[in-house]
Design a protein around this ligand. Structure first.
Ligand code: FAD
Length: 515
């Protein structure tokens, strides 16, 4: 016990000397012992994210073992004379320092042994998960019961709290809505340090504010996620288009289908340069069937569009999957010689990006700067976007990463959530997932790619595209107000109610702490 106190005291002194306003006595009362760490390895890890564009060291890192630890820390931050900021960090897969915190404590929600294991209630078709749980572990737990969440992200090594603070989207969103549309209930520690349960029925304004709320209103401790019977296998199909209108018409048709006669996942990507077609996101085509754009007779300035769809099935329904896929493909207008099909277990499909991660890591190409840009583009402007961006700004240039494009139905999004989408029934995600390399090639440099992002954003402004950023990044409140549009007033009101001292998630740069 004496050693623990000494350790805690040493930490307190260190914290005090670096400027944290919490007093040593107070922190001893919190009883965090060595859970509150200033170990250089912890601090260094919390100072970085996947983007590798900014690096900000926190004063300390909390490894909580329960909701109470989180609540006690936030209460101390809220109640102390001068206060300090607190940022939850999931797996640190943000791009622009959204989980970083220069003047306070980072709560490391994900990690080995942090938080309770997922609890599946098979009879009620839901799972209760800790906010720092990674989606891959949620999947593994629910599969033990033959169940799985309905809505995904393309990559599963992201935390539940992190994706629910944004939206959580992938090719199932057209059908099930984003991940935030598939949550029944949350436990949240607000910016006053209160632990509150919220749902559609209970504390509903907090519930909706937190979903898509960029970590501004509370730290998600527990989420109750809706489940469905897990499919066993997927038929995974890619087809190519040289005509953008035909491509988007088919995507929009596929997401308009109701009932069971539809694909379960609809995505797509743009192929601006040939290097891209056989890259990490599309290893599917190679090495057995490498694709040459020229061989497909594209006379479209080199730009091709790939539609990507899957059909889930069970061994008991395997007999009919071919006919179902055939019937759906028959309605589409892709290049006839460009059908690429594969078949794999459900889990292998969901976890596909992790395989690419391992390959890139082995070549030293994962931990590089990622100047990503994600936009929601309204359907009515997607042709203009194609002309101005895919064929204009990017035409025939190296893009240094996949460009995803797929449509979603706004009626699957709850307008009461904090997530921001365009004002149209159908809108597209366009994601520029770039990796910058320091290899002497100007077109792959961070500066070049960042400039291209600015050009794209300027084009959207100048041409009235009315795009909204997904995983948004702004530096001024004025820009945030514009981004949130008609949602700003409620967003601000909820902030004043649940985090009046602006303690939480200051890395988003929306509100300035009031101390
Ligand atoms: P962090 O980066 O740790 O945190 C993000 C924000 O959420 C911060 O503001 C943080 O303070 C806050 N936060 C974290 N945990 C909590 C919590 N428990 N309670 C409250 N706030 C919290 N997104 C998609 O929608 N679809 C995709 O297909 C997709 N694919 C991706 C693939 C890769 C390789 C990467 C790197 C990212 C991808 N993303 C995708 C983006 C991803 O969803 C977001 O970056 C998400 O925030 C990452 O989760 P994280 O746990 O790493 O969050």
């Amino acid at each position: 016990m004496a050693t623990k106190l000494l350790l805690a005291f040493a930490i307190c002194r260190l914290i005090v000397t670096v400027g944290l306003t919490l007093k040593p006595k107070e922190i001893l009362h919190l009883g965090f012992d060595c859970q509150l760490s200033v170990d250089p390895a912890d601090v260094d890890s919390a100072s970085k994210d996947f983007g590798l564009l900014t690096r900000v060291k926190p004063l300390a890192v909390l490894h909580p073992s329960s909701a109470l630890d989180v609540a006690r820390l936030v209460k101390a931050a809220y109640g102390s004379d001068q206060g300090f900021t607190v940022s939850a960090r999931g797996h640190g897969h943000s791009i622009n320092g959204q989980a970083q915190n220069p003047n306070g404590v980072v709560v490391q929600m994900s990690g080995n042994g942090v938080g309770p294991r997922p609890r599946v209630r098979a009879g009620d078709m839901y799972v209760d998960v800790w906010g720092g749980e990674l989606w891959i572990d949620v999947l593994r737990s629910t599969l033990e019961y033959g169940l799985a969440p309905k809505s995904w992200t393309d990559y599963l090594y992201l935390s539940v709290g992190g994706t629910l603070s944004n939206a959580g989207i992938s090719g199932q969103a057209f059908n099930h809505g984003p991940q935030i549309s598939n949550v029944h209930e949350l436990d949240v520690v607000t910016g006053k340090g209160e632990l509150m349960t919220c749902s559609e029925e209970q504390n509903s304004e907090l519930f909706h504010a937190v979903l898509g709320g960029l970590g501004q209103f509370g730290i998600i401790i527990r989420a109750r996620i809706s489940l469905e019977p897990a499919p066993q296998r997927m038929r995974w199909i890619r087809v190519l288009y040289s005509n953008f209108s035909a491509f988007t018409r088919d995507q929009e048709y596929l997401i308009s289908l109701n009932g069971s006669q539809k694909f379960d996942y609809v995505e797509g990507f743009v192929i601006v340069d040939e290097g891209l077609i056989n890259n990490w996101r599309s290893s599917f085509f190679s090495p057995r069937n490498p694709v040459k754009i020229s061989s497909l007779g594209s006379n479209n300035g080199g730009v091709l569009y790939c539609l990507e769809v899957t059909k889930n099935y069970y061994e008991s329904t395997a007999g009919s999957v071919d006919q179902e896929v055939e019937a759906l493909l028959k309605k589409l207008n892709f290049i006839p010689t460009s059908v690429f099909t594969t078949d794999l277990p459900y889990v292998d499909f969901l976890d596909r990006v992790h395989k690419s991660e391992l390959k890139l890591r082995s070549k030293g190409l994962w931990e590089v700067p990622h100047p990503w840009l994600n936009l929601f583009v309204p359907k009515s402007k997607i042709d203009d976007f194609n002309r101005g961006v895919f064929k204009g700004i990017l035409g025939n240039k190296r893009t240094s990463g996949p460009i995803l494009i797929y449509p979603m139905n706004k009626n699957k999004w709850n307008d009461r959530s904090s997530a921001v989408t365009p004002d149209e029934e159908v809108f597209y995600l366009v994601a520029f997932l770039r990796s910058a390399l320091d290899n002497g090639e100007e077109s792959q440099s961070l500066e070049y790619l960042s400039n291209q992002n600015h050009q794209i954003l300027r084009f959207c402004d100048d041409d009235g595209i009315k795009a909204k950023q997904y995983l948004p990044h702004y530096a001024t409140q004025e820009e945030w107000r514009e981004h949130l549009g008609s949602k700003w007033d409620r967003f601000h009101k909820m902030k004043m109610k649940y985090d009046p001292r602006h303690i939480l998630a200051s890395g988003q740069q929306i509100f300035t702490p009031t101390f």
